[in-house]
Structures are given as structure tokens and as C-alpha cells.
Design a protein around this ligand. Structure first.
Ligand code: 13P
Ligand code: SF4
Length: 357
């Protein structure tokens, strides 16, 4: 593994030098008859999930964002938990954490606007140190990312010498920099087994680690972090859904407690869940995950009925059309990562991406 000292700090800092952008005037946000006509085909696509009374408020923002992002040479990456007016109407790329990380490494644009939480924007910056990475609200955090520090990882290494450290992407750049490799919910099992060791540290999500441990002979050592959204689901709740409708299909994210995942018919990453619905076309399904996912998936699956438990991620919901527009007008808030930390974190993220190739 490369160490910080191997990198020429001045060279890395020069390469990461941000471009300077001037603010532009705030566009006119009036919902005129002309705009209504122009935006009508887009509304047709989302009418099942966006009430018509809300569209006149969203449409001028969507129009302005789509125009300005071209002028700024920006691409918008949106996580599957973003609300439908963002996910379907302004995003250029959508996906789970792994897909967004891969896309961030491929984008051919000077500016990346991350519609998601801060660790996702940091991952984009880690993979694109020379690009300007913006997040519409830098307070969009994550309870998992908050649960562990770089110092905690160093202490874990002392306690478990020689045991590989697999770190969920829902962590800060500093934590990634202390790790051997990253993982997401879609590749965690593969990553854990990639070392061929009998023990692996899988941090910081306790439930993801326990769910992986059930599928492998590798002894998985967990940390005590939890997703504040997924930890709220209970097995009783899922059993009640089945009692109410014995034909219902239940799919759950692996950040849920193992007892919850055990009650589900399928468990996978956010994109894994979306693909499962597209392929299996269940008549009624409950997606045991963040609330906006069902709305986003419903747009492309009009024949599937979604039972929607509404557990919102307050961090994801900090991103709105209003602050996306503001972000493009003022080119803020810029996400920065110390170049040396970024280079070490990048190794961990790239090892994960290369494992998939
Ligand atoms: P995915 O990688 O499955 O999109 O999960 C990210 C996340 O934050 C889920 O809470
Ligand atoms: Fe973090 Fe949970 Fe929100 Fe995902 S849903 S960003 S894991 S707090």
C-alpha cells in the first residue's frame, strides 16, 4: 500500500488547483405559458409521482438548472434516494454508491454537482482531484460516516494486526485513506472474500457486516456504526405487511438489521433493489429502505404497486432544486480533500473498482 510520504505534496496540490468561476445572474423563475408548454413532455414522465399543483414550482427551477449546467460544463450525479424532480428531471447520471463512484471516475466534464450526501461528493473529488466538485448543501452528512474516525481505524489496526480493513464508502476521505479497500452494499461480500484471509475488519456499518457474515466463512469483525434510517425497520413491521397481504413481496437494503433482512425476499444495494423490481415485476412490493426510492422506481414501473413505508434520510433531503440552482449560479459549495489524504483514499476506492472489472 502506498504511504503518504510517497506523494509529492506540491505536485498533488498543483494538480488539485480549483478553477475559478464567476457567479452569474439568478435566472427568471416565472412559470409562463411558454415554459409550461416546453416542459409538458417532461411532466408526462413524472406525473404519477409529482402532483400537478407542485409542477409550476418545480418546472422553472428544472428549466434553469438544465440550461445552466450546460453553460457551466457541469454534470449532475444523483443518488437513488434523491426526490423524483431531481432524480428524473435534472440528473445526468443516477445510481447507487458504486455506480456514482464509477461514473465520477469517468465523467468528461469540468464540474461535478453531487446530488447526494457529503461522502459521495468526497468520493467524486477523490477520483477527480483536478475537477471542481460541488455539493448543494455541505451539511448533508451520514450517520455511518459520522460513526468512525481515522484515529479509530488506526487503533483497530493495532488491536487486529495484519487483519485487512474493508471500509464501506459511507465514510470520510480520512477513514478511506487508512483502509486497504472500500466496498459498497453491492460488492461487500466479494470484497471481504478477495483477501483470502480467515478474518476481515468490515467497518463501520455493524448491520452490513453482520449481513455479510451470514454469507461467508470469513470471520467478519464489525464496528458499531448504524444507518439512522435503516436501523428503524423492525422484523415485526415486515411480518405485519405479510399478514396484511400474504402475496406481498418484501425487499430490503443490507444496512437493515439482520433480523429484518431475514424476513425479506431479497436484499441488495439500492440499484440492486431497483433491478430486482424491473426484472421480477411483483404486483405489490415494499422496499424497505429510504422513502424516495419507491417514487423513483414507480416512474419506470407503472404496473407495480408500491407500499411505501416513509423513512426519510434527513441528509439526502437537504438537497433541493433551489439549492442545486444556487450551487450552479454561485459555484458553491466546493468540496475539497487534502491531496495527500485524497491520493491514499483513492487507492482504496480504485482497488474496489478494479476488483469489479
Ligand atoms: P447504496 O450503495 O445501496 O446506494 O447505499 C448508499 C446508502 O447510503 C444507503 O443508505
Ligand atoms: Fe447515511 Fe443512512 Fe442516509 Fe444512507 S440513508 S446517507 S447510510 S444516513
Amino acid at each position: 500500500m502506498a504511504i503518504a510520504g510517497e506523494l509529492d505534496r506540491a505536485d498533488a496540490a498543483r494538480k488539485a488547483e480549483p478553477r475559478k468561476f464567476k457567479p452569474v445572474d439568478m435566472p427568471d423563475l416565472e412559470y409562463t405559458p411558454g415554459l409550461a408548454k416546453e416542459m409538458a413532455p417532461l411532466y408526462e414522465k413524472v406525473r404519477n409521482v409529482i402532483p400537478s399543483v407542485e409542477w409550476p414550482f418545480f418546472a422553472p427551477y428544472i428549466h434553469a438548472i438544465n440550461k445552466l449546467k450546460k453553460e457551466r460544463g457541469a454534470v449532475l450525479l444523483a443518488h437513488n434516494y434523491q426526490t423524483p424532480e431531481i432524480f428524473h428531471c435534472v440528473a445526468d447520471f443516477r445510481g447507487d454508491s458504486l455506480q456514482l463512484a464509477k461514473e465520477a471516475g469517468k465523467v468528461d466534464a469540468d464540474v461535478i454537482v453531487q446530488c447526494g450526501v457529503h461522502f459521495m461528493a468526497e468520493t467524486s473529488k477523490i477520483l477527480n482531484p483536478q475537477k471542481t466538485v460541488l455539493i448543494p448543501d455541505s451539511r448533508a452528512g451520514c450517520s455511518l460516516a459520522e460513526s468512525i474516525t481515522a484515529e479509530d481505524v488506526r487503533l483497530l489496526r493495532q488491536r487486529y494486526p495484519g487483519v485487512p480493513v474493508v471500509t464501506y464508502v459511507n465514510t470520510s476521505a480520512e477513514v478511506k485513506a487508512e483502509s486497504d479497500i472500500c466496498c459498497t452494499s453491492s460488492n461487500a461480500l466479494k470484497v471481504v472474500e478477495s483477501f483470502g484471509t480467515d478474518r476481515v475488519l468490515c467497518i463501520p456499518d455493524e448491520f452490513l457486516a453482520k449481513n455479510i457474515a451470514k454469507q461467508t466463512k470469513v470471520k467478519v469483525i464489525a464496528w458499531k456504526g448504524r444507518c439512522e434510517v435503516h436501523e428503524r425497520f423492525t422484523p415485526e413491521e415486515l411480518r405485519q405487511y405479510r399478514k396484511d397481504d400474504p402475496n406481498i413481496v418484501i425487499i430490503a437494503h443490507p444496512e437493515c438489521p439482520p433480523e429484518v433482512v431475514a424476513e425479506a425476499d431479497f436484499s441488495g444495494s439500492t440499484s440492486g433493489m431497483i433491478s430486482w423490481v424491473k426484472e421480477n415485476k411483483p404486483a405489490r412490493v415494499v422496499m424497505v429502505t429510504e422513502c424516495s426510492m419507491s417514487d423513483n422506481v414507480a416512474v419506470e414501473n407503472p404496473d407495480v404497486e408500491f407500499v411505501r413505508p416513509c423513512n426519510l434520510c434527513p441528509h439526502m433531503k437537504r438537497i433541493s432544486l433551489k439549492n442545486i440552482l444556487d450551487c450552479l449560479v454561485h459555484m458553491r459549495e466546493e468540496v475539497t480533500v487534502d491531496p495527500v489524504i485524497g491520493a491514499r483514499a483513492r487507492l482504496a476506492v480504485e482497488r474496489m473498482i478494479n476488483l469489479g472489472n
